[in-house]
Design a protein around this ligand. Structure first.
Ligand code: AMP
Length: 281
């Protein structure tokens, strides 16, 4: 496995692969089983998998956790090597952003500024800025993203369509820990007590899923059920609901679930940690 730190090395490596199929898995490192599932999916369908490990400063807001974000590169490299990854691209910030006043791509007006984008208005522009660079440098046939970050994968898919970029985005299922909590590099911030409280999140997802399976399709009713479940969970730690929202794949609100075309998006703060979960329904 190659470990590449410069753009020059990455370009030369990509050149050496020629026409063989390439899958890209963009990450911010601190790899867990969620990331590993994307890597495995890429390895199954491509001759080569490139994993990027880059804590992208442009997608963090001013008061966010850029400086404390977990960094575990040695461990990440060992995990990638075990999975047969062809190359890990782990550049410095200076390597990725040569200028501090670069061209950037704005996300769509609604999709980029609701939900996560409402509280974090510069977030998706930062994501698109780094993702398009990674696409240009690695020229993948397919790029793998998690459904865990539903808004992110939908916005990236829209960029592919709007800019006619020649690759396919593969959206992979959410991987959960044994207790049901969706895996996230940020889960390490949770104390044992906060983690216990956070379990009301997967419980809510499960309850919404089974209500839908029983034929409850009105989103008002489902939203009430979600809020009741979150409120009634005997939390040891106070939790704050940022949103519990039903929408279609353009993130427009919906009054009724249309099977296969709807989403339930949930963002909750437990202690000081913002946690996301969702259901593609
Ligand atoms: P991150 O390192 O948090 O930027 O995540 C890199 C990629 O892994 C993104 O496409 C995420 O959506 C995906 N991902 C993160 N957590 C999970 C999870 N629990 N299950 C599936 N994919 C995930």
């Amino acid at each position: 496995m190659q470990v590449l730190q410069s753009i020059k090395e990455l370009k030369a490596f990509r050149e050496s692969l020629g026409a063989q199929s390439v899958g890209l898995v963009p990450t911010m490192g601190a790899l867990h089983k969620g990331h590993l599932s994307l890597i495995s999916e890429s390895s199954r369908h491509n001759a080569h998998t490139i994993v990027s490990v880059f804590v992208n400063p442009t997608q963090f807001g001013q008061n966010e956790d850029l400086s404390t974000y977990p960094r575990t590169l040695e461990q990440d490299l060992a995990l990638c090597e075990n999975l047969g990854v062809s190359a890990v691209f782990a550049p410095s910030v200076e390597e990725m952003y040569a200028s501090d006043d670069e061209i950037a791509i704005l996300p769509p007006k609604m999709m980029g500024y609701v939900l996560e984008g409402f509280d974090r208005p510069t977030h998706f522009a930062g994501v698109l800025q780094v993702v398009i660079k990674l696409f240009m440098l690695t020229r993948p046939h397919k790029a793998y993203f998690g459904k865990k970050d539903a808004q992110q994968v939908l916005i990236v898919q829209k960029m592919i369509r709007d800019l006619h970029l020649p690759l396919e985005i593969v959206a992979c299922p959410i991987v959960r820990d044994d207790d049901g909590l969706a895996l996230s590099s940020r889960n390490v911030y949770l104390s044992a007590q906060e983690r216990e409280s956070a379990l009301c999140i997967p419980r809510t997802i499960e309850r919404i899923e089974s209500a839908i399976n029983q034929g409850v399709l009105e989103t008002k009713e489902l939203e009430n059920l979600a809020r009741q479940t979150l409120d009634s969970s005997k939390s040891l730690t106070p939790i704050h609901i940022f949103y519990a929202y039903f929408c279609d794949h353009s993130l427009a609100p919906i009054a009724r679930i249309k099977r296969g075309e709807s989403l339930f998006l949930l963002a909750v703060r437990v202690g000081r940690t913002r946690l996301l979960d969702n259901l593609w329904c």
